[in-house]
Design a protein around this ligand. Structure first.
Ligand code: PHE
Length: 456
Protein backbone atom coordinates (compact mmCIF):
# COMPACT_ATOMS: atom_id res chain seq x y z
CA UNK A 1 0.00 0.00 0.00
CA UNK A 2 1.36 3.38 -0.89
CA UNK A 3 1.60 5.09 2.44
CA UNK A 4 3.60 8.05 3.54
CA UNK A 5 6.44 7.19 5.84
CA UNK A 6 5.48 8.20 9.35
CA UNK A 7 7.67 10.83 10.88
CA UNK A 8 9.89 9.53 13.69
CA UNK A 9 11.81 10.96 16.57
CA UNK A 10 15.29 11.99 15.44
CA UNK A 11 16.88 10.46 18.52
CA UNK A 12 16.11 8.51 21.64
CA UNK A 13 16.60 11.53 23.85
CA UNK A 14 14.21 13.39 21.55
CA UNK A 15 11.34 11.15 22.63
CA UNK A 16 12.25 11.27 26.32
CA UNK A 17 12.47 15.05 26.31
CA UNK A 18 9.29 15.53 24.35
CA UNK A 19 7.36 13.05 26.51
CA UNK A 20 8.81 14.55 29.67
CA UNK A 21 7.92 17.94 28.22
CA UNK A 22 4.33 16.77 27.89
CA UNK A 23 4.30 15.37 31.40
CA UNK A 24 6.00 18.32 33.05
CA UNK A 25 3.77 21.35 32.94
CA UNK A 26 1.28 23.39 34.90
CA UNK A 27 0.38 20.10 36.58
CA UNK A 28 3.74 20.03 38.33
CA UNK A 29 4.32 23.68 39.05
CA UNK A 30 0.86 25.22 39.39
CA UNK A 31 -1.50 22.39 40.27
CA UNK A 32 0.58 20.02 42.37
CA UNK A 33 1.60 22.62 44.97
CA UNK A 34 -1.89 24.05 45.29
CA UNK A 35 -3.69 20.72 45.68
CA UNK A 36 -0.97 19.45 48.02
CA UNK A 37 -1.46 22.66 50.00
CA UNK A 38 -5.22 22.21 50.13
CA UNK A 39 -5.00 18.55 51.10
CA UNK A 40 -2.56 18.83 53.94
CA UNK A 41 0.90 18.41 52.41
CA UNK A 42 3.05 15.37 53.19
CA UNK A 43 0.31 12.74 53.63
CA UNK A 44 -1.30 13.73 50.33
CA UNK A 45 2.07 13.67 48.60
CA UNK A 46 2.62 10.17 49.92
CA UNK A 47 -0.68 8.90 48.44
CA UNK A 48 0.13 10.68 45.19
CA UNK A 49 3.54 8.97 44.99
CA UNK A 50 1.90 5.57 45.55
CA UNK A 51 -0.53 6.27 42.71
CA UNK A 52 2.36 7.25 40.45
CA UNK A 53 4.33 4.10 41.21
CA UNK A 54 1.56 1.49 41.31
CA UNK A 55 -0.75 2.83 38.62
CA UNK A 56 1.02 5.58 36.70
CA UNK A 57 4.16 3.72 35.68
CA UNK A 58 2.55 0.45 34.49
CA UNK A 59 -0.22 2.27 32.62
CA UNK A 60 2.30 4.66 31.06
CA UNK A 61 4.29 1.71 29.70
CA UNK A 62 1.07 0.24 28.32
CA UNK A 63 -0.03 3.47 26.70
CA UNK A 64 3.31 4.11 25.00
CA UNK A 65 3.30 0.50 23.84
CA UNK A 66 -0.11 0.80 22.18
CA UNK A 67 1.15 3.81 20.26
CA UNK A 68 4.42 2.24 19.19
CA UNK A 69 2.84 -1.06 18.14
CA UNK A 70 0.11 0.52 16.06
CA UNK A 71 2.13 3.54 14.85
CA UNK A 72 -1.17 5.38 14.95
CA UNK A 73 -3.13 8.13 16.69
CA UNK A 74 -5.27 6.94 19.64
CA UNK A 75 -8.38 6.15 17.59
CA UNK A 76 -6.40 4.48 14.78
CA UNK A 77 -4.37 2.54 17.34
CA UNK A 78 -7.42 0.71 18.66
CA UNK A 79 -8.74 0.22 15.13
CA UNK A 80 -5.45 -1.35 14.11
CA UNK A 81 -5.37 -3.73 17.06
CA UNK A 82 -8.98 -4.91 17.23
CA UNK A 83 -11.98 -5.28 14.96
CA UNK A 84 -14.40 -4.22 17.67
CA UNK A 85 -16.25 -0.95 17.22
CA UNK A 86 -16.16 -0.16 20.93
CA UNK A 87 -12.45 0.27 21.55
CA UNK A 88 -11.79 3.08 19.07
CA UNK A 89 -14.23 5.07 21.21
CA UNK A 90 -11.62 4.99 23.97
CA UNK A 91 -9.31 6.82 21.61
CA UNK A 92 -12.09 9.22 20.82
CA UNK A 93 -12.61 9.86 24.52
CA UNK A 94 -8.97 10.97 24.48
CA UNK A 95 -9.65 13.48 21.72
CA UNK A 96 -12.53 14.88 23.80
CA UNK A 97 -10.32 14.94 26.90
CA UNK A 98 -7.75 16.88 24.87
CA UNK A 99 -10.27 19.66 24.24
CA UNK A 100 -11.48 19.56 27.82
CA UNK A 101 -8.00 19.94 29.28
CA UNK A 102 -6.89 22.57 26.77
CA UNK A 103 -9.96 24.58 27.70
CA UNK A 104 -8.72 25.37 31.21
CA UNK A 105 -5.03 24.73 30.59
CA UNK A 106 -4.60 27.55 28.12
CA UNK A 107 -6.30 29.93 30.56
CA UNK A 108 -3.82 29.24 33.37
CA UNK A 109 -0.97 29.18 30.86
CA UNK A 110 -2.26 32.58 29.76
CA UNK A 111 -1.93 33.84 33.37
CA UNK A 112 1.67 32.65 33.37
CA UNK A 113 2.28 34.43 30.07
CA UNK A 114 0.65 37.60 31.34
CA UNK A 115 2.75 37.45 34.50
CA UNK A 116 5.91 37.61 32.41
CA UNK A 117 4.74 41.04 31.33
CA UNK A 118 3.84 41.96 34.91
CA UNK A 119 7.32 40.93 36.01
CA UNK A 120 9.06 42.82 33.23
CA UNK A 121 7.08 45.96 34.08
CA UNK A 122 8.14 45.52 37.70
CA UNK A 123 4.55 45.52 38.85
CA UNK A 124 5.23 43.09 41.68
CA UNK A 125 7.21 45.67 43.63
CA UNK A 126 3.96 47.57 44.05
CA UNK A 127 2.31 44.57 45.65
CA UNK A 128 4.63 43.41 48.36
CA UNK A 129 1.88 42.31 50.73
CA UNK A 130 -0.09 39.11 50.24
CA UNK A 131 -3.41 40.89 50.46
CA UNK A 132 -2.56 43.42 47.77
CA UNK A 133 -0.91 40.77 45.62
CA UNK A 134 -4.11 38.74 45.87
CA UNK A 135 -6.10 41.81 44.87
CA UNK A 136 -3.78 42.38 41.95
CA UNK A 137 -4.31 38.79 40.74
CA UNK A 138 -8.07 39.13 41.12
CA UNK A 139 -8.18 42.39 39.27
CA UNK A 140 -6.18 40.89 36.38
CA UNK A 141 -8.32 37.76 36.03
CA UNK A 142 -11.53 39.71 36.39
CA UNK A 143 -10.58 41.64 33.28
CA UNK A 144 -11.91 39.55 30.37
CA UNK A 145 -9.64 41.27 27.86
CA UNK A 146 -6.53 40.45 29.84
CA UNK A 147 -7.47 36.86 30.51
CA UNK A 148 -8.75 36.06 27.01
CA UNK A 149 -5.97 38.01 25.31
CA UNK A 150 -3.19 36.02 26.97
CA UNK A 151 -5.14 32.81 26.54
CA UNK A 152 -5.23 33.53 22.80
CA UNK A 153 -1.55 34.45 22.67
CA UNK A 154 -0.62 31.22 24.38
CA UNK A 155 -2.82 29.10 22.09
CA UNK A 156 -1.38 30.81 19.03
CA UNK A 157 2.19 29.95 20.03
CA UNK A 158 1.20 26.33 20.76
CA UNK A 159 -0.45 26.08 17.36
CA UNK A 160 2.64 27.46 15.68
CA UNK A 161 4.82 24.72 17.19
CA UNK A 162 2.40 21.89 16.37
CA UNK A 163 2.08 23.36 12.87
CA UNK A 164 5.82 22.92 12.35
CA UNK A 165 5.49 19.16 12.87
CA UNK A 166 7.21 16.52 14.95
CA UNK A 167 10.94 16.86 14.31
CA UNK A 168 11.14 20.52 13.56
CA UNK A 169 8.57 21.67 16.08
CA UNK A 170 8.06 19.46 19.07
CA UNK A 171 11.41 17.73 19.24
CA UNK A 172 13.60 20.72 18.59
CA UNK A 173 11.57 22.86 20.95
CA UNK A 174 11.78 20.34 23.78
CA UNK A 175 15.52 19.84 23.44
CA UNK A 176 16.14 23.49 24.19
CA UNK A 177 13.30 24.22 26.55
CA UNK A 178 13.43 21.28 28.95
CA UNK A 179 17.02 21.69 30.21
CA UNK A 180 16.43 25.41 30.56
CA UNK A 181 13.41 24.72 32.70
CA UNK A 182 15.37 22.43 34.97
CA UNK A 183 18.08 24.99 35.63
CA UNK A 184 15.57 27.76 36.34
CA UNK A 185 13.70 25.57 38.78
CA UNK A 186 16.91 24.59 40.53
CA UNK A 187 17.68 28.27 41.10
CA UNK A 188 14.15 28.88 42.44
CA UNK A 189 14.53 25.97 44.82
CA UNK A 190 17.90 27.19 46.13
CA UNK A 191 16.40 30.63 46.71
CA UNK A 192 13.48 29.12 48.59
CA UNK A 193 15.73 26.97 50.76
CA UNK A 194 17.94 29.89 51.75
CA UNK A 195 15.04 32.07 52.91
CA UNK A 196 14.64 32.54 56.66
CA UNK A 197 11.89 30.26 57.90
CA UNK A 198 12.22 27.79 55.03
CA UNK A 199 12.25 24.90 57.52
CA UNK A 200 8.53 25.14 58.13
CA UNK A 201 7.90 24.59 54.44
CA UNK A 202 10.14 21.53 54.45
CA UNK A 203 8.23 20.14 57.43
CA UNK A 204 4.96 20.70 55.61
CA UNK A 205 6.31 18.65 52.71
CA UNK A 206 7.82 15.87 54.81
CA UNK A 207 5.81 15.42 58.02
CA UNK A 208 2.51 13.69 57.24
CA UNK A 209 -0.73 14.51 59.01
CA UNK A 210 -2.72 11.37 58.21
CA UNK A 211 -5.97 12.78 59.51
CA UNK A 212 -6.11 14.94 56.38
CA UNK A 213 -6.47 11.93 54.08
CA UNK A 214 -10.07 11.33 52.95
CA UNK A 215 -11.68 9.46 50.07
CA UNK A 216 -11.81 12.75 48.28
CA UNK A 217 -8.11 13.44 48.62
CA UNK A 218 -7.32 9.94 47.33
CA UNK A 219 -9.46 10.70 44.28
CA UNK A 220 -7.61 13.96 43.75
CA UNK A 221 -4.24 12.23 44.17
CA UNK A 222 -5.08 9.54 41.62
CA UNK A 223 -6.56 12.04 39.18
CA UNK A 224 -3.46 14.14 39.52
CA UNK A 225 -1.18 11.15 38.91
CA UNK A 226 -2.90 10.75 35.54
CA UNK A 227 -2.93 14.44 34.79
CA UNK A 228 0.71 15.04 35.61
CA UNK A 229 1.90 12.05 33.57
CA UNK A 230 -0.32 13.08 30.60
CA UNK A 231 -1.89 9.67 30.93
CA UNK A 232 -5.18 8.17 29.84
CA UNK A 233 -6.03 10.41 26.89
CA UNK A 234 -3.65 9.25 24.22
CA UNK A 235 -0.94 11.92 24.45
CA UNK A 236 1.66 9.33 25.37
CA UNK A 237 0.18 6.94 22.83
CA UNK A 238 0.58 9.55 20.13
CA UNK A 239 4.17 10.31 21.14
CA UNK A 240 4.81 6.55 21.35
CA UNK A 241 3.59 6.19 17.79
CA UNK A 242 6.62 8.15 16.62
CA UNK A 243 8.91 5.60 18.34
CA UNK A 244 10.55 2.57 16.79
CA UNK A 245 10.92 -1.01 17.99
CA UNK A 246 14.52 -0.39 18.87
CA UNK A 247 13.50 1.94 21.67
CA UNK A 248 13.30 0.62 25.22
CA UNK A 249 9.84 1.45 26.58
CA UNK A 250 10.26 0.47 30.26
CA UNK A 251 13.39 2.59 30.48
CA UNK A 252 11.78 5.53 28.75
CA UNK A 253 8.68 5.31 30.98
CA UNK A 254 10.80 5.15 34.10
CA UNK A 255 12.79 8.21 33.06
CA UNK A 256 9.62 10.17 32.31
CA UNK A 257 8.11 9.28 35.68
CA UNK A 258 11.35 10.13 37.45
CA UNK A 259 11.76 13.51 35.76
CA UNK A 260 8.11 14.43 36.24
CA UNK A 261 8.18 13.57 39.94
CA UNK A 262 11.50 15.31 40.44
CA UNK A 263 10.19 18.53 38.91
CA UNK A 264 6.99 18.40 40.99
CA UNK A 265 9.04 17.94 44.16
CA UNK A 266 11.42 20.74 43.22
CA UNK A 267 8.45 23.00 42.57
CA UNK A 268 6.96 21.94 45.90
CA UNK A 269 10.17 22.85 47.73
CA UNK A 270 10.54 26.15 45.90
CA UNK A 271 6.96 27.17 46.55
CA UNK A 272 6.34 25.94 50.10
CA UNK A 273 9.62 27.25 51.50
CA UNK A 274 8.62 30.64 50.08
CA UNK A 275 5.03 30.38 51.23
CA UNK A 276 5.98 29.62 54.84
CA UNK A 277 8.95 31.95 54.96
CA UNK A 278 6.59 34.81 54.21
CA UNK A 279 3.80 33.56 56.46
CA UNK A 280 1.35 32.88 53.64
CA UNK A 281 -1.46 30.32 53.49
CA UNK A 282 -0.52 27.03 51.78
CA UNK A 283 -4.20 26.36 51.01
CA UNK A 284 -4.49 29.45 48.83
CA UNK A 285 -6.12 27.59 45.90
CA UNK A 286 -5.52 27.94 42.14
CA UNK A 287 -4.13 31.43 42.59
CA UNK A 288 -1.45 30.15 45.01
CA UNK A 289 1.65 30.69 42.93
CA UNK A 290 0.29 33.82 41.27
CA UNK A 291 -0.64 35.46 44.54
CA UNK A 292 2.17 34.33 46.77
CA UNK A 293 5.31 34.19 44.67
CA UNK A 294 5.19 37.82 43.53
CA UNK A 295 5.33 38.79 47.21
CA UNK A 296 8.32 36.54 47.71
CA UNK A 297 10.03 37.97 44.63
CA UNK A 298 9.40 41.52 45.71
CA UNK A 299 11.05 40.78 49.04
CA UNK A 300 14.24 39.23 47.79
CA UNK A 301 17.40 40.62 46.27
CA UNK A 302 17.43 40.12 42.52
CA UNK A 303 13.71 39.44 42.71
CA UNK A 304 13.07 41.45 39.57
CA UNK A 305 15.07 39.15 37.30
CA UNK A 306 13.96 36.17 39.26
CA UNK A 307 10.28 36.81 38.73
CA UNK A 308 10.76 37.18 34.99
CA UNK A 309 12.64 33.88 34.90
CA UNK A 310 10.06 32.07 36.96
CA UNK A 311 7.05 32.99 34.88
CA UNK A 312 8.97 32.39 31.70
CA UNK A 313 9.74 28.92 33.03
CA UNK A 314 6.13 28.28 33.86
CA UNK A 315 5.00 29.36 30.40
CA UNK A 316 7.61 27.15 28.72
CA UNK A 317 6.54 24.16 30.81
CA UNK A 318 2.92 24.79 29.90
CA UNK A 319 3.81 25.13 26.23
CA UNK A 320 5.49 21.73 25.93
CA UNK A 321 2.38 20.18 27.52
CA UNK A 322 -0.17 22.08 25.50
CA UNK A 323 1.46 21.03 22.26
CA UNK A 324 1.03 17.39 23.24
CA UNK A 325 -2.64 17.97 23.97
CA UNK A 326 -3.14 19.65 20.64
CA UNK A 327 -1.09 16.97 18.88
CA UNK A 328 -3.55 14.26 19.99
CA UNK A 329 -6.42 16.11 18.40
CA UNK A 330 -4.45 17.06 15.28
CA UNK A 331 -2.98 13.60 14.67
CA UNK A 332 -6.47 12.10 14.89
CA UNK A 333 -7.81 14.39 12.18
CA UNK A 334 -4.68 14.03 10.04
CA UNK A 335 -4.49 10.22 10.22
CA UNK A 336 -8.14 9.29 10.37
CA UNK A 337 -9.91 12.05 8.55
CA UNK A 338 -7.29 12.93 5.97
CA UNK A 339 -6.84 16.58 6.99
CA UNK A 340 -3.67 18.39 5.98
CA UNK A 341 -1.66 19.09 9.13
CA UNK A 342 -1.76 22.86 8.85
CA UNK A 343 -5.50 22.83 8.26
CA UNK A 344 -6.12 20.56 11.27
CA UNK A 345 -3.96 22.82 13.45
CA UNK A 346 -5.84 25.94 12.42
CA UNK A 347 -9.32 24.48 12.77
CA UNK A 348 -8.90 22.52 15.98
CA UNK A 349 -6.51 24.92 17.67
CA UNK A 350 -9.10 27.61 16.94
CA UNK A 351 -11.87 25.41 18.30
CA UNK A 352 -9.87 24.65 21.46
CA UNK A 353 -9.43 28.37 21.99
CA UNK A 354 -13.18 28.88 21.56
CA UNK A 355 -13.88 26.28 24.24
CA UNK A 356 -11.42 28.02 26.54
CA UNK A 357 -13.37 31.28 26.45
CA UNK A 358 -16.04 30.12 28.94
CA UNK A 359 -13.23 28.85 31.20
CA UNK A 360 -11.65 32.29 31.07
CA UNK A 361 -14.99 33.96 31.72
CA UNK A 362 -15.40 31.78 34.84
CA UNK A 363 -13.23 34.34 36.59
CA UNK A 364 -15.39 37.29 35.66
CA UNK A 365 -18.71 37.36 33.77
CA UNK A 366 -19.55 33.73 34.37
CA UNK A 367 -18.24 33.47 37.93
CA UNK A 368 -21.72 32.89 39.31
CA UNK A 369 -22.81 30.33 36.76
CA UNK A 370 -22.37 26.94 38.41
CA UNK A 371 -22.89 23.51 36.93
CA UNK A 372 -23.04 20.75 39.57
CA UNK A 373 -21.71 23.36 41.99
CA UNK A 374 -18.64 24.13 39.89
CA UNK A 375 -17.70 26.98 37.59
CA UNK A 376 -17.08 26.03 33.97
CA UNK A 377 -13.32 26.18 34.61
CA UNK A 378 -13.53 23.88 37.65
CA UNK A 379 -15.93 21.57 35.87
CA UNK A 380 -13.53 21.10 32.94
CA UNK A 381 -10.72 20.33 35.37
CA UNK A 382 -12.90 17.93 37.36
CA UNK A 383 -14.19 16.09 34.29
CA UNK A 384 -10.76 15.71 32.77
CA UNK A 385 -8.65 14.87 35.82
CA UNK A 386 -11.13 12.92 37.87
CA UNK A 387 -13.18 11.16 35.21
CA UNK A 388 -11.86 11.13 31.62
CA UNK A 389 -8.20 10.41 32.34
CA UNK A 390 -8.68 7.68 34.99
CA UNK A 391 -11.43 6.14 32.84
CA UNK A 392 -9.16 6.22 29.79
CA UNK A 393 -6.36 4.60 31.81
CA UNK A 394 -8.72 1.97 33.16
CA UNK A 395 -9.96 1.07 29.69
CA UNK A 396 -6.44 0.99 28.26
CA UNK A 397 -5.32 -1.42 30.99
CA UNK A 398 -8.33 -3.63 30.38
CA UNK A 399 -7.75 -3.51 26.66
CA UNK A 400 -4.13 -4.57 26.94
CA UNK A 401 -4.61 -7.26 29.55
CA UNK A 402 -7.95 -8.69 28.58
CA UNK A 403 -8.65 -7.89 24.98
CA UNK A 404 -5.49 -7.39 22.92
CA UNK A 405 -4.04 -10.28 24.86
CA UNK A 406 -1.11 -10.63 27.17
CA UNK A 407 0.88 -12.69 24.69
CA UNK A 408 0.79 -9.85 22.19
CA UNK A 409 1.52 -7.28 24.86
CA UNK A 410 4.44 -9.21 26.33
CA UNK A 411 6.13 -9.86 23.02
CA UNK A 412 5.64 -6.22 22.04
CA UNK A 413 6.99 -4.72 25.26
CA UNK A 414 10.08 -6.95 25.03
CA UNK A 415 11.14 -5.33 21.76
CA UNK A 416 13.94 -2.92 22.49
CA UNK A 417 14.08 -4.05 26.12
CA UNK A 418 15.44 -7.59 25.65
CA UNK A 419 18.44 -7.18 27.89
CA UNK A 420 16.40 -5.66 30.73
CA UNK A 421 13.86 -8.50 30.70
CA UNK A 422 16.51 -11.19 30.25
CA UNK A 423 18.22 -9.93 33.36
CA UNK A 424 15.03 -9.39 35.35
CA UNK A 425 12.32 -11.67 33.94
CA UNK A 426 10.03 -11.13 36.97
CA UNK A 427 9.55 -7.52 35.88
CA UNK A 428 7.31 -8.71 33.06
CA UNK A 429 5.08 -10.61 35.49
CA UNK A 430 4.94 -7.65 37.77
CA UNK A 431 3.87 -5.37 34.93
CA UNK A 432 1.20 -7.83 33.86
CA UNK A 433 -0.13 -8.21 37.40
CA UNK A 434 -0.40 -4.46 37.80
CA UNK A 435 -2.07 -3.95 34.45
CA UNK A 436 -4.40 -6.91 34.72
CA UNK A 437 -5.61 -6.61 38.30
CA UNK A 438 -4.18 -3.86 40.42
CA UNK A 439 -4.69 -0.74 38.33
CA UNK A 440 -8.16 -1.65 36.98
CA UNK A 441 -9.44 -2.42 40.48
CA UNK A 442 -7.89 0.62 42.14
CA UNK A 443 -8.99 3.01 39.41
CA UNK A 444 -12.48 1.52 39.41
CA UNK A 445 -12.85 2.07 43.15
CA UNK A 446 -11.71 5.64 42.89
CA UNK A 447 -14.04 6.31 39.95
CA UNK A 448 -16.97 4.98 41.95
CA UNK A 449 -16.18 7.53 44.59
CA UNK A 450 -16.02 10.19 41.93
CA UNK A 451 -19.44 9.25 40.56
CA UNK A 452 -20.81 9.55 44.10
CA UNK A 453 -19.35 13.03 44.37
CA UNK A 454 -21.02 14.17 41.16
CA UNK A 455 -24.42 13.06 42.38
CA UNK A 456 -24.15 15.13 45.53
N1 PHE B 1 0.89 16.55 32.13
C1 PHE B 1 0.57 17.91 31.87
C2 PHE B 1 0.92 18.74 33.10
O1 PHE B 1 1.26 18.23 34.13
C3 PHE B 1 -0.87 18.08 31.48
C4 PHE B 1 -1.34 17.15 30.41
C5 PHE B 1 -2.33 16.22 30.68
C6 PHE B 1 -0.76 17.15 29.15
C7 PHE B 1 -2.74 15.31 29.73
C8 PHE B 1 -1.16 16.24 28.18
C9 PHE B 1 -2.15 15.32 28.48
O2 PHE B 1 0.83 19.93 33.07
Amino acid sequence: MAEFKREHWGSKIGFILAAAGSAIGLGNIWKFPYIAGENGGAAFIFVYLICIALIGLPVLMGEILLGRTSQKNPVGAFRALTKSKFWPLVGFLGVIAGFTILSFYSVVAGWATGYITEAVMNNFSLYNETASSGEHFNSLVSNPYWIIGYDLLFMAVSMLIVYAGINKGIERGSKILMPMLFVLLLISMMRGLTLDGAQEGIDFLLKPDWSRITGNSVLIALGHAFFTLSLGMGAMMTYGSYMSEKDNIPNAALQIVFLDTLIAMMAGVAIFTSVFATGLDPAGGPGLIFQTLPVVFSKMPGGYIFAIFFFLLLTIAALTSAISLLEVVVSYFVDEKGYARHKAVLIFGGLAFAVSVPSALSFNYMADIKIAGLTFFDLMDFLASNIFLPLGGLLMSIFIAWRWGLNNAVSAIKKGAESLFNKHPYLINLWIFFLKYLSPILIFLVLLHSAGLLKK
